[in-house]
Design a protein. Structure first.
Length: 143
């Protein structure tokens, strides 16, 4: 863990700064210290996921095989984050695979929670849309 601490840098970013773009090569992992970052996915419509709790991890795409960011990371406020370069972290994981395994397990938990939240939000939005469509149809037939 001391080796990992040695490759971390605390960075400050201004509001609206772009940390990374969707589909760009993922070179860094971040840990939120202060502020709010939004992860934005645009593909026709937009999905925005806000991170504001200290300790939240983002840029995890740098730790998976695909290696490209799945969203754009944009500062919603002034931001402080710990930045960890993928190449340096991978060197440590190669020397200490047990540590790498623990970190990847924790990242899997982060990904799982975000996916569950996304599913919940999607289902919630669909039920709202279904409800409004149903009300519109009822009103159409009553008139």
């Amino acid at each position: 863990m001391n080796e990992i601490t040695g490759i971390c840098s605390e960075e400050s970013y201004s509001k609206d700064a772009i940390l990374f773009e969707k589909d760009e090569e993922a070179k860094c992992l971040y840990i939120l210290l202060e502020g709010t970052v939004k992860l934005v996915i645009k593909n026709g419509g937009s999905i925005i996921y806000h991170l504001k709790e200290p300790g939240e991890i983002f840029g995890w795409s740098s730790m998976v095989e695909h290696g490209c960011y799945t969203a754009s990371g944009i500062c919603s406020t002034n931001l402080k984050a710990i930045k960890i370069e993928k190449e340096k972290l991978n060197k440590i994981f190669n020397k200490h695979p047990d540590v790498g395994f623990k970190v990847l397990k924790r990242l899997a938990g982060v990904i799982s929670r975000r996916l569950s939240n996304a599913y919940r939000d999607l289902l919630s939005a669909r039920s709202t849309d279904t409800y409004h469509t149903f009300i519109w149809l009822v009103q159409l037939f009553i008139k």
